[in-house]
Design a binder for this molecule. Sequence first.
Ligand code: WT7
Length: 650
Amino acid sequence: MSEMIESVLHEKRVFEPAKEFAQRARIKSMTEYEALYKRAEEDLEGFWGDVARELHWFEPWSQVLEWNLPDSRWFVGGKTNISYNCLDRHLITERRNKAALIWEGEPGDQRILTYQQLHREVCLFANALESLGVKKGDRVAIYLPLIPEAAIAMLACARIGAPHSIVFGGFSAEALRDRVDDAGAKVVITADGGWRRGKVVPLKDNTDKALENSEISHVIVVKRCENDIAWRNGRDHWWHELVADASAKHEAPAHDAEHPLFMLYTSGTTGKPKGILHTTGGYMVGTYFTTRMVFDLREEDTFWCTADVGWITGHSYIVYGPLANGAACVMYEGAPNYPEPDRFWDLCEKYEVSVFYTAPTAIRAFHRWGDQWVDKHDLSSLRLLGTVGEPINPEAWMWYHNKIGGGRCPIVDTWWQTETGAIMISPLPGATPTKPGSATRPLPGIIADVVKKDGTSCAANEGGFLVIKQPWPSMLRTIYRDHDRFIKTYFGEIQGFYFAGDGARRDEDGYFWIMGRVDDVINVAGHRLSTMEVESALVAHENVAEAAVVGRPDEVTGQAIVAFVTPMSGVAAGEELGVELRKHVTDQIGALARPAQIRFADALPKTRSGKIMRRLLRDIASGSTAKGDLTTLEDASILEKLAQERGDEE
Ligand code: WT7
C-alpha cells in the first residue's frame, strides 16, 4: 500500500473543496448546505414545490404530496410533459442551437444534435410511432445500442405518454423475451446491430429469437451496422423509412404528473426481475434537481456520463436529468478500451469534457491498464468527477483524484438505485469536504438514516440498514403488475421506512459509508444481479442437478460470480461442462452473468431442513475457511471437499 493511501486510511484525510471551485458553485459551504437541508426537512412539500416550479407545467398541482405509506403521489393534479421540458422549453432560449447530444460511435463516426435538431428528430419519431398505432399508455420496448436513436426513442415515447422499457443491449434473447412479455410491449425498437470491441452485437437477431412466438405487431429497426438481418414483412419497419414519411410537428400533450413514464427491470432477490415503475412529474423533478446540484452544472459545461441507457444511470444522467437542464451531453457507443485503453481519455480531450461521471469498476480497470494511457492526453478541461454503482475503494478514489482529476477536481461519490430514480446521498462539490470511500451526506429533501431492524437509529459507526424515512419525488411507485412485491420488498423489512437492501454506517460527522447489499443481490462491475437468477439459469441446464451462486470479492469488478454446481449423475464434471454452462448462462441472461468460476461438487452444504447454506459458500468462494455456526449443517464433510475443489476459473 502506498504511503499516501495509508495516510488517507489512517489519518482519515478529508478533502476540502478547492476555493476557486466553491466560489462559483451553487452551494458554496456546509453552512449553506445545512440551511437548505434543514429547510427541506422542515417543509418537504414547500421545498420540492419550489424545485418543481423551475420546470414547465401545463396545469399546476393542487397538492405537492399525497402520502399513504407506502404509496405516494407527487404534484397531484399537475399536468406536464418531460419531453417538453427536455426539449421545447429550451427552444425559446439561447439554448436553441446549443449541442444537446455529442455522440461518437465506436468506429469513430460522430453526430452532434443541437436542441433544435433533437427536438425535430423526437417529433418525427413520435409521429412515426403514432402512425403505427402507439397510443398513450401502450408499452414500448427499446433494445438498442448507445446511439442517438436511443435517446430519441425515449423522448418520443415520453412525449406520447407510452411508457418505455429499455432492455440493455448486453442482455440475451431470452432475457429480452421475459421483459417484453412482462411489460406487454406493443412495439420493439432495435437496430441491425451495435458496435462493441470491433464486433457487431446482433440485436435484431436476438429480437427475432425473443419474438419467435410473440404476437407483437411492430418492430422498428435502426440501420447502424449495415449487416445482414432477417426481415419479416409487415412486422418489421426501418426507422429511417418511417420518419421519412412523418411530420416534424408534434405538439406535446399534457400528461398527469403520475402518468407512468417508464419501467426498468432490475434484479431482486428472486429469479424474476422486477419492473421498477417511475412516473412523470416526480421523476422529472428529481433528476432535474440532482443533476443541477450534484454536478453543479453550468451552461458551458460538457457533461459525460459513461453509463448505458439500458441502466437507470443512463436514463437519469445521460438523458432526462441533463437535458431537462439544457446541458450538452456526450454519448459514446462502445467499449472503454477499444481500439486502445485510452478511448475514454481520448474522448474527454477531444470534446473537452468538464464533468465526468463513471463507475468504480471502470476506474479500477483504467488504473490497472496503466498511467501511460492517461498521460497521452490533456485532461485539463475536467473540473468535476463522479462515481456511482458500488462502493469505491480509497485506492481507486485516490488514483481518480490525482491521475484523472489532476488533484484539482472534486469527486462526487453518488449513492442511489434504480428504485430511487435519482441520486440520494452525495457530496455537493462546492460545499462538502469528501472522505475517500464515503458518499457523504444525503441531498436536501432526502431523509436518510442507518437503523436497526426495529427502526431505531444506530449509534455513530454502528453498522445497520440504510433507510429513507420520508418519500421523495423520484421514488419508484410500484413493481409493474406486482404491487404486493413492492410493498413487501421495500416496506416490509423495516416498519414505516423504505429499505434499500444496503447495509451502511454513519460516522461521527454524519457521513454515510455504504457497506454493500445485505440480500442475495450481487454487484458485478456495477451491474446488479440476483444469485437466484443465475441459479435458475444453471439448473435449467439438463446436466445440472443443483446449483448455488454467490459473490466473491474481485479487484476490478467489485464482486465476481462463483457458481457451485452438482452435475446430474453420470455427467462428468470438468472444463468441458464449465464451458458449456458459461455459454448457457450467457444465452439465458447475457454475458454479464457469466460465472468467473464454476466449482463442481457432489453435494452442496445444506441445513437439516434442506436449505443451501450460502453463507458458507461465500466464505469458501472468497478463499477463506467456512466460519460461524456450523451446527445446523447436515453433513460437515461436504465443506472440506468443496474447499479442496479448485474450480474452473475463467
Ligand atoms: C445498488 C443499486 C444507481 C446507479 C447504478 C446502480 C450500489 C450504487 C453506490 C455508491 C456504494 C452503491 C448499492 C445499491 N450502489 N451506488 N455510490 N456506493 N454502493 O443501480 O443497479 O439499482 O444498484 O448499487 O448496493 O443498492 P442499481
